[in-house]
Write a protein of this length. Structure first.
Length: 111
């Protein structure tokens, strides 16, 4: 997981710098891990691709929304900042509980 985080950080910084020069940033997976595929699918703005990536990873949308990070950011923040379709993607990930001004995920802590 540390390698994944470092890889995404480097990719993120590279794209961040490229974003200054160009408004259109293209995210390309740096590896073939499930979490990378989820992050890239989410930021590309296709709900069907994101759904497939989540299913392939064997995780839930709730897990993605509350526990997963992309470039050391919560997924919903990452999507809000970089996605081509942030409102629809974050609404999909959070099952309609996303609001661009504030996102609160109710996390069930009961086992």
């Amino acid at each position: 997981m540390k390698t994944f985080t470092k890889t995404l950080a480097v990719v993120g910084m590279t794209f961040g710098l490229a974003g200054v020069a160009s408004a259109n940033v293209e995210f390309v997976p740096s590896d073939d891990t499930a979490s990378t595929n989820i992050c890239v699918s989410a930021v590309q703005g296709s709900k069907s691709n994101l759904r497939d990536a989540i299913e392939d990873a064997g995780v839930t949308k709730r897990y993605v929304a509350t526990k997963m990070t992309c470039n050391d950011m919560p997924v919903v923040e990452f999507v809000a900042q970089f996605s081509e379709n942030p409102e629809a993607i974050n609404d999909y990930i959070t099952n309609g509980k996303y609001n661009s001004s504030s996102f609160i995920a109710s996390v069930n802590t009961a086992n």
